[in-house]
Design a binder for this molecule. Structure first.
Ligand SMILES: Cc1cc2nc3c(=O)[nH]c(=O)nc-3n(C[C@H](O)[C@H](O)[C@H](O)COP(=O)(O)OP(=O)(O)OC[C@H]3O[C@@H](n4cnc5c(N)ncnc54)[C@H](O)[C@@H]3O)c2cc1C
Length: 425
C-alpha cells in the first residue's frame, strides 16, 4: 500500500470491485481496501450469487464491467451465457446465478489486472478532507496507516466512510430483515411429511424453541426452507447493522436461529441425519442506511422511469421490501417498459467534495431502495462512481462539476450502457 493515490475505494463488494476496476482501467492510481479476506461482498460472503438484472424488456440494460465479471465466471464454469429474451414483458424474469468461489477469484484477477492495489483485512477508520484531498486512515492488522487521495469512493454498503467524514445519513426506524444463507442436506424432500413437520414447527414456536422467521419469510413452516435447503430462506431482525455493534448482534442472532433450526430438525422423522454442508460466514444485510444525496431517487421517480438529466446508469428491479416478523414482502412490479435511471447526484453526499458512494446506500427513499439495492444496479453504480472518481482526480474537478459527456464516453468505452432519453416519434 502506497501513501498517495488518485482514487481510494473502501469496500470490495458488489459495487466496490467494479468501481476499483473502472478507476484502475481509466489510468487512476487506485487502492481498494476490504475488511474481509475475499472480494464480492454480499455476492460471495453473503451467499447471494444471483445478480438481478442485466436485461429488461427484452434488451440489455446493465453491461460493462459487472457483466464482464459475470460472463467470465459463467464461461469458466462452462455455463451458458444468458440472452435478454426471457425478460420480455417482465413476466417474473428468472434470476441468473454464478459460482461464488469462481466469482471471487475472477474479481481478484480483474482488480489486479487493472493495476489496482488491493489490501484485505483493512477497514476505514477516519476520513478528513483537507487542502483539496482526502486523508483516509486505514486500520490494518499491523496498525493505522494514513493515505492521501484526491477522490474517495465509499462502497461499504453502509456509508461508513461518509459517516466518518461527518456527513449525515438517513436512518429509518425500521429496516428490512437480514438472512443467513446455508445449505442443509441428509434428507429426501419426497419422503418428508410436511403437514406433520408444520404441526411440530408450530408447537416448537409456541414453546419458544423456534421463531417462525427461523424457517420462513411468511410463517409458512419448514417446507420452503427444506426445499431450498436453507438458501435465502430465513429472516433475522437487523437494526443498526451499519455499526460493528449492530452487526455483531445480527451475526449472533443469525447463528442462534441456525442452531434452533438444527436442533429442531434433528428431532423430526426423516431429518435425523440433517446436516449443514455450508453456511455463510456473514448474514446478508438488505438495508442499513442511505446517504443524504445531492439528488435522491424517490419511489415516484423510480416507478415512473423518470429520466434524470444527469443519469449515468439504469436500475431495473421490482420493489422488493422484505418485512419483519413473518409478514412476507411488499412486492410491486414495475409497469410495462418502465426503466428507472440513477442520477449522478444520488452518488454524491450533500455538502461533500471529491466523495462518492456506490451500492445499496445511495440516496434513495426506502421503497426505491428496496428495488435499486439489487446486484446489477450496484455494479452499474460502481462503474459510474469509478469513472467519475478517475476523471475527477485527472481533471482536478469535483465529481459534481465534471462535464457529463466525458464521463459518459468513458463509461461507454468500458462497455457500460448509459441511459438515453427516448424521444417521441
Ligand atoms: C438475503 C439477501 C438476498 C438478496 N437477494 C438478491 C438477489 O437475489 N439478487 C440480487 O441482485 N440482489 C439481491 N440482494 C441484494 C444485493 O445482494 C445487495 O444489496 C448488494 O449486493 C449490495 O451491494 P453493495 O456493494 O452495496 O454491498 P456489499 O456487496 O455488501 O459490499 C460491501 C463491501 O464492503 C466491505 N466493508 C463494509 N464495511 C467496510 C469498512 N468499514 N471498511 C472496509 N470494507 C468494508 C464489506 O466486507 C463488503 O465486501 C439480496 C440481499 C440480501 C441480503
Amino acid at each position: 500500500m502506497q501513501s498517495q493515490y488518485d482514487v481510494v475505494v473502501a469496500g470490495g463488494g458488489t459495487a466496490g470491485v467494479v468501481a476499483a476496476v473502472q478507476a484502475g482501467r481509466a489510468g487512476a492510481r487506485t487502492l481498494l481496501i476490504e475488511k474481509n479476506g475475499i472480494l464480492g461482498g454480499t455476492i460471495t460472503v453473503g451467499g447471494i450469487n444471483a445478480p438481478a438484472h442485466f436485461f429488461a424488456w427484452g434488451r440489455p440494460v446493465i453491461a460493462g464491467i459487472g457483466w464482464e465479471l459475470f460472463r467470465r465466471t459463467r464461461e469458466l464454469c462452462g455455463e451458458p451465457i444468458p440472452t435478454p429474451e426471457f425478460t420480455l414483458n417482465n413476466d417474473k424474469p428468472g434470476h441468473l446465478t454464478l459460482d461464488k468461489a469462481v466469482y471471487a477469484a475472477v474479481c481478484d484477477e480483474a482488480v489486479l489486472a487493472a493495476g489496482v492495489d488491493l489490501v484485505f483485512h483493512a477497514m476505514s477508520a477516519a476520513a478528513v478532507f483537507e487542502e483539496g484531498a482526502w486523508t483516509l486512515t486505514v486500520c490494518t492488522k499491523t496498525g493505522l496507516r494514513k493515505i492521501r487521495t484526491r477522490t474517495l469512493i465509499d462502497a461499504t454498503g453502509d456509508a461508513n466512510v461518509v459517516s466518518l467524514a461527518g456527513f449525515p445519513l438517513v436512518h429509518s426506524p425500521v429496516v428490512q430483515p437480514a438472512t443467513l444463507s446455508l445449505y442443509g442436506s441428509g434428507y429426501d424432500v419426497q419422503q418428508l411429511d410436511f403437514p406433520a413437520l408444520n404441526a411440530a414447527a408450530e408447537a416448537a414456536v409456541a414453546a419458544g424453541e423456534l421463531k417462525s422467521t427461523d424457517l420462513s419469510w411468511r410463517n409458512t413452516g419448514p417446507e420452503s426452507f427444506l426445499k431450498s435447503h436453507g438458501v435465502n430462506a430465513n429472516h433475522i431482525r437487523a437494526p443498526g447493522a451499519d455499526t460493528s455493534e449492530g452487526r455483531t448482534a445480527v451475526e449472533v442472532e443469525s447463528r442462534r436461529a441456525m442452531l434452533r433450526v438444527y436442533r429442531f430438525f434433528k428431532k423430526q422423522p426423516g431429518l435425523e441425519k440433517y446436516r449443514i454442508d455450508w453456511f455463510c460466514t456473514e448474514a446478508g444485510i438488505r438495508e442499513t442506511v442511505t446517504i443524504q444525496g445531492k439528488e435522491t431517487v424517490t419511489v415516484q421517480a423510480y416507478e415512473s422511469g423518470f429520466f434524470f438529466d444527469s443519469a449515468l446508469c439504469y436500475a431495473y428491479y421490482n420493489i422488493d421490501e422484505h418485512l419483519n416478523d413473518g409478514k412476507g414482502i411488499n412486492y410491486r412490479r414495475l409497469g410495462l417498459n418502465v426503466l428507472p435511471t440513477i442520477p449522478r447526484g444520488a452518488l454524491l453526499p450533500a455538502g461533500s467534495r471529491f466523495l462518492l458512494v456506490a451500492g445499496r446506500c445511495v440516496a434513495s427513499d426506502r421503497e426505491a431502495n428496496a428495488a435499486l439495492r439489487v446486484e446489477c444496479p450496484c455494479m452499474a453504480m460502481g462503474q459510474a462512481a469509478g469513472a467519475l472518481a478517475a476523471l475527477s482526480a485527472r481533471m482536478g474537478l469535483d465529481p459534481e462539476e465534471l462535464p457529463l459527456e466525458p464521463v459518459r464516453a468513458l463509461l461507454r468505452q468500458h462497455g457500460a450502457i448509459v441511459p438515453e432519453r427516448l424521444t417521441g416519434a
